[in-house]
Design a protein around this ligand. Structure first.
Ligand SMILES: *Cc1c(COP(=O)(O)O)cnc(C)c1O
Length: 367
């Protein structure tokens, strides 16, 4: 039986990539914001329909860099139903994550529970557009305006999406994307910050390069988070094919839907109103009526050489490394969904037959 992983990286044709990196072998300029970096940044601004973008070595450093660049201190309200990176970034920058529960509908931050968590130390809200589900942007904006808080979206799952006809990257003070190999769009590793305030351009540029503002002027305690030329070249190539990749993902989703939409106790991912989706993930939630629990299904799939993932389990608040320091009993929904959700294999080149096999294994567990 063929092994099926949860995802598979999108790649441009080899010749196309070779052609793109040819000039690097001539210039011998491999990193430090060279020709490809500039070109990719321009193409990306156009694609994301934003005026300001800072490219980074990965999505995680993009999160840390925007927190540093805004000079945030104190507490950030966020959700624990996400990848480790979101919470780690807050803590590694010396701030305290204050966890807000998620809603049952789309698993993004429950906007009705944000206000009660605000204290005089709150400086920002960092919600996650989890699985490509766009947060309740209007409500978040209203709260942020009322309490004068920054809004940084972890948009790692929403590359290419539009909300009410406008790029998701254009909402909030900043949106952070990941271009990791496993994401909808990749630069092997990579990421970016799309940001609203143009005056942040310089600090974001300097902070990813050890804080150097000039050869002898070091204005910030920066780290090293630069995207290199080979990553940027991969981005240039992959961006040429993104529309086609997204279409193929949508077809794969529709195929899953055919098999799984009317199954009792199985809640499949559904598109949101007002959103042009990227079909990044195929999360399914196993309710009690299904008869078998998530862990059992995951095990049976694995025995059939199908590697679904428990995104996101455990919730970050319960990570061993935090020693319950930031945990809260108020995270009922996040904990419940986390125990029930399974993310099924979904990528542009997944075969319809593979989807049929995955679904028939899942459905056969009920007998
Ligand atoms: C992938 C991911 C990140 C981190 O991005 P990297 O490019 O892997 O560093 C952050 N947040 C979320 C929600 C992610 O899925």
């Amino acid at each position: 039986m063929k092994r099926i992983n949860v995802t598979q990286s999108s790649m441009p044709p080899l010749e196309e990539y070779v052609e793109e990196i040819r000039s690097l072998f001539e210039s011998k300029w491999l990193t430090n914001m060279g020709e490809k970096h500039k070109k990719f940044e321009e193409k990306l601004k156009e694609y994301l329909q934003v005026s300001n973008v800072s490219l980074t070595v990965n999505g995680h450093m993009a999160l840390e860099n925007i927190i540093k660049a805004l000079d945030l201190k104190g507490e950030i309200i966020t959700t624990p139903f996400t990848f480790a990176s979101t919470t780690h970034a807050i803590i590694r920058c010396g701030l305290k994550p204050v966890f807000c529960d998620i809603n049952r509908k789309d698993y993004t931050i429950d906007v009705d529970k944000i206000e009660e968590l605000i204290t005089e130390d709150t400086c920002a809200i960092l919600p996650v557009h989890v699985y490509g589900n766009v947060c309740n942007i209007e409500a978040i904006e209203e709260i942020a305006n009322k309490y004068n808080l920054y809004v940084i979206y972890d948009a790692a799952h929403t590359f290419g999406e539009k909300y009410k006809g406008k790029s998701v990257a254009a909402y909030g003070d900043a949106s952070v994307f990941s271009f990791h190999a496993t994401k909808v769009f990749n630069t092997i590793e990579g990421g970016c910050i799309a940001f609203k305030d143009e005056t942040m351009t310089t600090i974001l540029k300097d902070i990813k390069n050890f804080g150097f503002s000039g050869p002898e002027i070091i204005r910030y305690v920066g780290g090293n988070a630069k995207m290199n030329e080979f990553q940027a070249a991969m981005g240039i190539c992959n961006l040429r094919h993104i529309d086609c990749e997204l279409k193929k993902r949508k077809n794969a989703y529709e195929k899953y839907r055919e098999y799984l939409c009317d199954v009792k106790g199985l809640k499949i991912w559904e598109p949101q109103r007002d959103v042009e989706h990227n079909y990044a993930y195929m999360p399914v939630v196993f309710e009690d009526e299904f008869g078998k629990n998530r862990d059992y299904i995951a095990q049976i799939l694995m025995e059939n050489n199908i590697y679904a993932r428990k995104y996101f389990y455990p919730i970050t608040a319960d990570f061993q490394c935090y020693n319950n320091k930031f945990s809260s009993c108020r995270l009922e929904v996040a904990r419940d969904i986390s125990k029930r959700v399974l993310t099924l294999p979904l990528y542009a080149d997944i075969e319809p037959d593979d989807i049929e096999r995955i679904c028939s294994v899942i459905l056969s567990t009920r007998q």
